[in-house]
Design a protein around this ligand. Sequence first.
Ligand SMILES: Cc1cc2nc3c(=O)[nH]c(=O)nc-3n(C[C@H](O)[C@H](O)[C@H](O)COP(=O)(O)O)c2cc1C
Length: 198
Amino acid sequence: MTLKMQKLSFLNNQVSIPAKDLTLPAPDQTQLDAILQCAMSAPDHAGLTPFRFLVIQGDALHDLSEVFEKAAILRGLDPQAVLKQKQKPLRSPMIIAVIACINDNPSVPEIEQILCAGAATQHIQIACRQLGFGSIWLTGNNCYDLNVYEALGLDINERIISFIYVGTPCRELKAKDRDNAKKITLDWNSSQHNDFAI
Ligand SMILES: Cc1cc2nc3c(=O)[nH]c(=O)nc-3n(C[C@H](O)[C@H](O)[C@H](O)COP(=O)(O)O)c2cc1C
C-alpha cells in the first residue's frame, strides 16, 4: 500500500460507538464549532445548505428526554417502552440533531436535499472521530414524530435526519471487519446493457 493510500485508513477505521459508551467530556465550544464547520463542506447541489443543527447538552438533554417521553405516550407505547424512550437522550453528553430544511427548488429534488443533510451528518461523525470523540447516528420513531418536530421547533418544510450522539468513548475504539467493496462492484459496459423497452 502506498503512503497516499495509507492516508485512507482513518476512513477505513471509522466506527460508530454505542450511545451508552459515550461519556464526558463532550466537544468544547471551539471543538464543536470546528466539527460543525466540517459539515459545511458536504456535497450540496446548488449550494442550498439544506440543513441546520440543534446542539443538545447539559440540562437540555433532560428536556429532550421529556419530549421523547411525551411523544412515546402519545404514540400509545406501554409504560416500559415509554421509559426506554425517556432514557435515550440521557446516554451521552451531547446530541447534535441534523435537520433537513427542504427548499422548493426546481433543479434540486427533495431527496437530494435530504441526502445532503445525510452527508453533513457523516462529515460531523468523521470530524468527531478526528478530534478523538466517538459518535453514532441514530434515528428511530422520534425522527419521524410530528410531536417531536413541534417540540423542537421544526418548520413545516423540515425533517430530522439524525440524532448524532457524541462524547468520549469509554472504551478503546476498535476497527471493524468490513465487507469487501469488490463484492458489490461491477465494471459496467455495454455488454451489460439492456435495451429500453420502447
Ligand atoms: C439513516 C441512518 C439511521 C440509523 N439509525 C439507527 C438507529 O436508530 N439505531 C441504531 O442502532 N443504528 C442506527 N443506524 C446505524 C448506526 O449509525 C451505525 O452505522 C451502526 O451501529 C453500525 O456501526 P458502524 O457505523 O460502526 O458500522 C443508522 C444509520 C443510518 C445511516
